[in-house]
Design a protein around this ligand. Structure first.
Ligand code: ADP
Ligand code: MG
Length: 233
């Protein structure tokens, strides 16, 4: 959890997810679409990684591989750290849905409650996480009473409340106006910095990518070699 998690300082080579020549193909035969060609990358504790590319280039597919939501058609994806496998990964995904019958605070607290955190404790963590994404005023609203962009902020808060070691966010600013998107991005970066979590986002926005120390470009399912910010600026 955000305020209580004791983070053990991670070694610099602490690999959270390792992708080796991982490919993902949808469909078969003449209908086959290669969404990801053999991708090789490592995400380590504390990394800030942006995967940048146009729509349809395979960003979401790669993120799904990193999250363990899709199995690679060939190659491998592994999670070497004992506490950073798919169950411990925080996901902020496109089309994330909130549970209609629960208010925003309850939605944000739900993963903690399901993990056995007592209700009032989970509620406190949820409120703190909502504040991080400037969504405190939404706490008592139902999902049908908030906009799509607000729902995206709540989805980010829900992940932040869990204090995961690895946060994967698919176009987290995609449906937000510039100012709100900036706040969500800062919230994710700040929370990741506070907890020592690694943060991987996909984006088609160069301004978002510029906030990240490592940028990978995707084109037609192919990943380019990493560009460190210090080499390019
Ligand atoms: P991006 O996130 O960069 O927009 P995606 O990873 O969503 O790209 O898509 C990459 C390619 O894989 C596209 O050609 C897309 O149509 C295809 N694709 C993605 N998901 C599926 C799926 N579930 N079934 C078939 N094709 C898919
Ligand atoms: Mg996508």
């Amino acid at each position: 959890m955000m305020s209580t998690r004791k983070t053990t300082p991670a070694a610099a080579d602490d690999v959270l997810v390792a992708c080796d020549d991982a490919a993902l193909t949808f469909g078969r035969g003449a209908n086959a679409v290669v969404a990801v060609h053999g991708a090789t990358l490592r995400v380590r504790a504390g990394d800030r990684l942006a995967i940048v590319g146009p729509s349809g280039s395979g960003k979401s597919s790669l993120l799904h591989l990193l999250a363990g939501l899709e199995r690679p058609t060939s190659g491998s994806v592994t999670w070497p750290a004992p506490d950073a496998g798919p169950p411990g990964i925080g996901l902020v995904f496109q089309g994330d849905s909130l549970i209609p019958a629960l208010d925003v605070a309850e939605n944000t607290a739900l993963p903690l409650v399901l993990a056995g955190v007592p209700d009032d404790r989970a509620h406190q963590e949820a409120i703190a996480a909502l504040a991080l994404v400037n969504a405190s005023e939404l706490a008592e609203r139902l999902p049908e009473e908030i906009s799509g962009g607000q729902a995206q902020r709540v989805a980010a808060a829900r992940v932040l409340a869990q204090g995961p070691r690895l946060i994967l966010a698919d176009e987290p600013t995609g449906r937000l106006d510039h100012a709100t998107g900036g706040r969500v991005l800062e919230a994710l970066l700040t929370a990741a910095g506070r907890t020592g979590a690694a943060l991987v986002v996909t984006t088609h926005d160069p301004a978002v990518a510029a906030r990240f120390t490592t940028r990978l470009t995707m084109r037609d399912g192919r990943l380019t070699t990493p560009q460190r910010a210090e080499e390019t600026s």
